[in-house]
Design a protein around this ligand. Structure first.
Ligand code: TXA
Ligand code: MG
Length: 350
């Protein structure tokens, strides 16, 4: 397959978005930027088009996709009813990085393959203007998971996207690097309570401004045990993981945390092992090894950089990637949720 691209040097033109929308209408795959990460999209109403997404990603059939809409009318064609609390959340956070799981309409306008046969559907209205215009021009909701081969970190910059999907999709819309860098917050409202299934840029603290009844699902930070029932199928799968072993360390006491990191490095290096450290910029000079990468100086920067960094670590050929944790407050919860999976739950909290 030949992949067409939008013009990479100039701003994306109307005509190019029309070409991309045309591919969606024809039942083909288009990769497009959103404010969170790139999405690999298809017409959400066309089951054969959606099938291609699962194939291109190597995604498990029981893992449902998020449906992206450009306006509320589209939502109304898909869901049974928008509840009072959901309405408030929509008013406050849409368009933006919040996915709301809602009850699907009985007419099944959204095919079963999108929702993995569940009676619910995850919907979000992206704020990224390219994404918004693409959906509008296509005239249909777009089903789109993150653009990455299943198990790997989500694509957040055009170079990674090209490397992974050249020749596998019909069109790639180049939006440079995505603003946020982590996928949307996924929530479900039940009995006037919000359950956070996947943390993201819209934080627990922000959701609490709408209702005090906000819970973080236990599988956000805990590994799913065999036979355990999950609220979101995505929780069961391996995610964001490099092939190299990774480990995360965190303490509120930064000195103690750095001391522990240095102790681990020393121990490994004494036995001839190689370590790569990912840490906050301000801590790099206190870390006693030569291979160290700057994750960023604050949570927003770390969120934006982390998937790009994780995608690069395998090229370093080290024995261990030691990652500085960021805690669980505000955007820290979303970053920790991704890193804990990248580390296959090797998370040392002091
Ligand atoms: O920011 C984002 O959300 C990006 C961009 C492209 O919009 N998309 C994204 O999609 O991250 P994906 O497929 O990589 O992650 C969607 C997550 C999965 O963990 C899936 O299991 C969950 O949402 N999900 C989707 N529909 C669901 C449903 N009906 N019930 C429970 N979980 C659902
Ligand atoms: Mg994903």
């Amino acid at each position: 397959m030949i992949t067409k691209y939008s013009n990479q040097k100039e701003e994306i033109k109307k005509q190019e978005l029309e070409e991309a929308a045309e591919e969606i209408k024809k039942g083909n795959l288009v990769i497009f930027p959103t404010e969170t990460v790139y999405g690999i999209g298809a017409n959400a109403l066309d089951k054969n088009a959606v099938k291609k997404i699962f194939k291109a990603k190597g995604r498990a059939q029981d893992n449902p996709l998020i449906v992206h809409v450009a306006n509320i009318d589209m939502v109304k064609t898909i869901v049974e009813n928008i509840g009072t609390l959901e309405q408030k959340l929509i008013e406050k956070f849409w368009p933006g990085p919040l996915t709301i799981i809602m009850k699907r309409k009985d007419n099944k306008i959204i095919p079963n393959i999108v929702t993995a046969n569940l009676d619910t559907v995850g919907i979000r209205m992206p704020s990224n203007l390219i994404a918004k215009e693409l959906i509008e021009k296509a005239g249909v909701p777009i089903a789109a998971p993150s653009a990455n081969v299943s198990g790997k970190p989500s694509g957040t910059n055009i170079e990674d996207i090209k490397e992974e999907f050249e020749g596998k999709v019909s069109y790639i819309v180049d939006g440079g690097s995505t603003d946020i860098g982590l996928e949307s917050t996924v929530i479900k409202v039940e009995n006037d309570k919000i359950d956070i299934l996947r943390p993201g840029k819209i934080t627990k603290e922000q959701l609490e401004e709408v209702t005090k009844q906000v819970e973080v699902n236990k599988h956000v930070l805990e590994k799913v045990k065999k036979e355990e029932v999950v609220a979101s199928p995505g929780m069961k799968y391996r995610h964001y993981a490099p092939n190299t072993n990774c480990m995360m360390i965190y303490s509120k006491d930064e000195e103690k945390m750095i001391e522990k990191m240095n102790e681990i490095i020393k121990e490994l290096e004494q036995t001839g092992k190689q370590v790569l450290v990912l840490a906050r910029g301000e801590h790099l000079s206190n870390i006693v090894t030569k291979r160290k990468w700057n994750m960023g100086n604050h949570l927003g920067e770390i969120a934006k950089n982390i998937f790009t960094l994780l995608r690069k670590v395998d090229k370093e050929n080290v024995d261990l990637v030691l990652i500085e944790g960021v805690g669980e407050e505000e955007l820290g919860l979303a970053i920790t949720n991704r890193l804990i999976r990248a580390c296959a739950y090797r998370y040392l909290k002091l």
